[in-house]
Each structure stands twice: as structure tokens, then as C-alpha cells.
Design a protein around this ligand. Sequence first.
Ligand code: BGC
Length: 745
Amino acid sequence: MSVIAAGSILLASSFCPAANAESPQNNAQEAQAQSPDERAAGLVAQMTLDEKIQLVHGNYPKVMENRPEDVPVSAGWVPGIERLGIPAQRATDASLGVAAGHRTIKPATALPSSMLLAATWNPKLAFDSGALIGKEARQQGFNILLAGGVNLVREPRGGRNFEYLGEDPLLAGTLVGYSVKGIQSNNIVSTMKHYPIHPQETGRFVLSVNMDEAALRESDLLAFQKGIEIGDPGSIMCSYNRINSHYGCENAIMFDILKKDWGYPGWVISDWGAVHSTVKAVHAGLDQEAGEELDTNVWYGQMLKDAVGTGAVSEKQIDGMVTRILRSLYATGVMDNPVGPPQPLDLEKGKQVAKAAALEGIVLLKNDDNLLPLAASAKKIAVIGPHADAGVLSGAGSSQVIPEGSVRLDAPSNAPDWLAGIYYHPSSPLEAIRKLAPSAEVSYANGNDIQAAAALAAQSDVVILFGGQWTTEAMDASITLDGEQDQLIDAVAAANPKTVVVLQTGGPVLMPWLDKAGAVVEAWYSGAGGGEAIADIIFGKANPSGRLPVTFPASQSQLPNPEIPGARLPLPSPVNHSEPEPFDMSYPEGADIGYRWYAKTDATPLFPFGFGLSYTSFEHAALAFDKTSLTARFTVTNTGGTAGRDTPQLYVKPPKGERRLVGWGITSLDPGESKTVMLAIDPRFIAHYADAAKGWVVAKGKYHLILAKNATDPGIQITVKLPKRTLPVAWHPDAAATSWFAQSE
Ligand code: BGC
């Protein structure tokens, strides 16, 4: 039997999710013979200049003056044009659910972090999570979701890593694509962000990411490109930071890649407070200024009209901008399926979707002597760690969802004042553990008193110890757990080696106590069903199947930038009013991001990209490759005694350079069961980008295909020789001939 394979051309064509069954019918799209672009052009032809300008700049309702009563306090609003049937654009964040954050909309379902979603490696879960967020957004009266964070994790301390999908362009690009598809199945717009690169929070408004175009095209841009091809997002949000000296929202080179090279038809929306000019931005390709109250000027209001008056901007350019907005509103179904008044949400159903993702994205990192799953015979269980009685940790910033019943702690004093605080989502691991161990004595200590916690551990059969790293937008984190938790874990694990450490982190952390701990479970920020999912895994109700979407370094010195340069200034909002001096950043890894950097520098990480254990074992075999169709085939067998899910990973090491992920399978197998997986390789992921050829070049030579369990696993290897092949810059899988290597030399 063949199974679904991810991150490959096969997947892109074989996984075709149906439109959300409960979403409104997109009648008009079927009925209308005209394309979205034609329909948009028809409207633009009837608009006055003032009306056009009205559509290309928008408010931040939280701080706008004279906010109309029917406009919710949320991220964005652009008034509609009633006489033409153009609805208001009502925008909300983001990828982890309909965000409340510092705003006052009703609590929605808190999905797990995007980092956890990436650890599932499962496009179907990305689609399902997106479909839920989109549905709740629509039910709350929004037609634009600012969801689709796909910045690659270059800086493991990045404050927003939890909002992104890891370090690999194929994994992140594939998952963001399906997430956007899920969101847009509700006939609303999803926004991929932050284009083209946004690697850290420190200095985010001013820093210049200095990187050559080829390196960008092979890494962050490739993730966007893949995601856009799969998900077809209505809009793309440009980044705060500069790229090679030009701000993300006025960067002609980057916008030309998006719009001209890739033919992206949607609109480019600014980040909130990211616009710095009128004429330069318009000429570069920024279509809409959002959150204008956070900019130093309303660049796309009267100033834009004046620029049309002087001829610095032509009305034709404005028409182009408006057409892009309207065609996406048509293409996604917003125009034909207007959002209605807010409706109640089915939070119970939402929780099931959140828990399903959490169960697949929690990663088992260590399991000495099969300590997990916990034996039913454990009589005395100690649960230790801050707020493990109350809930699961969440990340902060504009994406934060705050369900009713969440527990709030004050954010650190150096955090930006607009942050809502540190929140634990109301899914208590302690309660869930007690439910699954009804005959055990389960004691709880918050761990504030390290000695008392160690004493409790010594008297217990087994310890479940929660460690947290709180991360937030606008501030980078440190690479360690918060406060004195490393000391706590050290002391507890020394007192009882049967200690299961459950980590709740935004991304990678160091683990100085690793040798002492019996088991380690990376639970990330696990959302509305997180406590239950953690308990299910600990007690073996579910078999862990998550795989790391990001490398965990063994030390800070292994990082491309061991120190984060630039002032570590948290910035208050409105954002432009207190910036540090602009500074330049280079990222020495360039295109060799994440695991490829470790391979290049010969550094052994603590846990490699792709790593994750199971309660069963899997064997991979019979790797074969068809050069004509660039398709690999192999078998996966469950060789253990428990049903489980494996994620066999296919890497390719080109003639020059480090190995990179080219596809993966997702195989659920009963004990003894085998399945065959087929993966078609997208050639851009084994190519390099050549400025001279203005396209992708697959070099002639020997390629190693590596079927592996993670990025450092030698796995099973075969070698193939490929001829040189150049692909045009606009090449993408749909455009591929059945046999793209047919004219091989
Ligand atoms: C963030 C965006 C977000 C926007 C609106 C900005 O601070 O960078 O990701 O969508 O705020 O809330």
C-alpha cells in the first residue's frame, strides 16, 4: 500500500482537502464566469480616486480615534464602500487562533504554537488547524486573518519562533501552505508573513539583514515561494526590518521577486508601523498601509493623494494596488460570502482540534530504560513545576490567544508595556495526570523551594517535572529555561533519576541536566488541549510521534551568532517613537540554515532536526530512486509491539554542500505492518540559485539520497548521478513536465 508523502510534488497533487464543509457556499464564484481579476478591474473602473485611496490604508482599531461602534478592538480595519458592495476589511491575528492579546475580543480556541504544529510534520493537521482558526475568525466577524508566519528559525532565541514553523524551507513552506489553505476554506483571506525575512526581535524595526539574493532565494524566500504555491494566500505582509539596507515594506528587489518572478497576484500589506515612505513604497510594490496609527505619518492617505497630484505616483499605479486587494477578496470568496454578525464559537470542538495537533507535535527526546510510558504500578507520583496545576504556558505578543480561565502572571519588567503578560492556558496537566492515574498518590509542588522539591522527589516512585521558557514578540529570549529551573531540574533529577522532564518552550533550549533526567518530553506551547495531550503521552494513551522542526544546540557557542548583536531593547508601541540606532546584521549561515550550519561547522547538536522517539520502533528499507521522475520509493515497517506513527525523512546531499530535506512520509503502522512511501522531489530543493542564469541550477554530479530518522542519522544511502539542468526562475511543480529530467544529457 502507498501512503501520503509530504513535502513533495506527490503530496501537493495528492492531498486535496475539500472546502470546509461548514463554511458558507461560494455560490458567486461558481456562478460568475469572470476571473477575480476581471471582476476587480470592473469595480476599480467605477471608483473615484478618493475611494481608491480609502482602500489602500487602514486603521489599528485599538488606538484609532473615533472608532465606529461596530468595529471590534482588534488588529485592523479598512472601511468598505457601500455603494459598490465592497465590504470593510476586518483583520485579526494570527496563526495560533483568533488572538485576543492586548485586545478585547471574545476568547477563541487556543491552538498549539506553530512550532508544535511543525513538529507534527503533518500537512493535514496544518489544514485542520487553519480551517478551525478561519472558521472562528469568520464567526467573530473577521474576513482577514493575519496568519501564516513562515519566517525560518535562524536565531533559536528569537522571541517569535513559537509563531513560526521551524528552520527548514520545505517543511515550513509546505505546512504554511496547507495552513493558509485551511484558513481560506472559510472564504476569508490569510496573510503569509513577514516577507521576506524577519529573523529576530532585537532591533526588529531598524536592523538590516544583509544577505545575498541567492542565499535568500534558497532559504527564507523558498519557504514563502513553496507556501504561496500551495496555499495561494490573499495577501502577504512585509517585514519591519530592512533587507540589504531597504525596509521590508519598500524593498523593490524583494517585491519584484514576489510579484514579477513568482507572479504573485495578491496584495502586499504592511506590518503595523512598518511603512516609512509614500513614493518609494508605492514604486517598490507595497499595496496597502495597515495600522497607520503606528506609523510616523499616514503615508497612504492624503500624502498619497498629493503624490498623485504631483505625478510622483500615477493613478494607474493606485489602480493596480486596489485591483490586487479586490481580486484577492474575490478569489478567496470574501466578496461573495460576506461575514455576518458575531456568532458563538464551539470551543469544545476547537479543543479537540487543538488536542489532536498537540498529540502529534509533542516530541519525546529521551527515554532511558523505557521509563515512559509510565507504568500503571507507580503508586507515588510527584508533579513539580510552576503552574502545572493551572495550565500550559503560552507565548505572548500579537498572536496570543487568551481563553477564559487562563492564569495571568506579570510579564518581566523589561518587557514591552503593551504585552498582556505571561499566560497559562486552562488545560491543567496536574488534573489530567490525576485522571489517568486514579489509584496513585499524586503530590504537587510548584518548585519554588528547590530543596523541598528534591525531598518530595526522593520519596516518590516517579517525578513529572515541568520546565518553561516564556517567549514573546518584541523581545528575544535566552537559550535557557526561565529563572532557576535548570537548578531545580538538576536537584530533582539527582534526587530521583526516574524524573520525566516536560519542557514548555518557544523553541530550542540548552539542557545542562540532560544526563540526570530519565526522560525528556518537549511539549512546546501546547494550547487548549495541552495538559491532556501531555498526560496521554506520559501514560501511553498516545504514542509520541513528533519530530523536531528545529535543531537544539549543545551550547550557545555553536550558534551562527553566539551573541545577538544590537541593543536588546524592548520597544514600546506605537512602534516608531523610540527606536535604537539602525544596525546591520549578517547571518553567517546564509542559505545553510539550521541543521546544515551544524553539518558545515562539524558541530554535534544536543538534538538534531528531525529527531523524535516513539514507544515502538521502525525500520526503513528498499530505498530506490527513479531519475526520470525524481521519485524515491522505500518501505517502513513497525518492528515494535505498539501501534505508532513514523516520519521517515529523505535528505539529499548534492555534489557540493550539505544535505537537505527533500521530503518525508507520515506512516501510521500497527505492529508488524509495512507500508511503501513514494516521494517526488521538487528539484529546487536540490538546486542552487544562480544569479547569472536567473534560475535554479541542478549541478551535474553525484547525489547521495539519504533515508534517515533525522538530519544527522546516516540512514540508508544510495547514490545517483544527475546531469546539469537549469530551471527558469518561475518554475514550480505544477509547471513540471511529467518527466522533468526527460531531456537528460
Ligand atoms: C506583528 C504582526 C501582526 C501585527 C498586527 C505586528 O506587531 O509583527 O505579525 O500581524 O502586529 O497585530
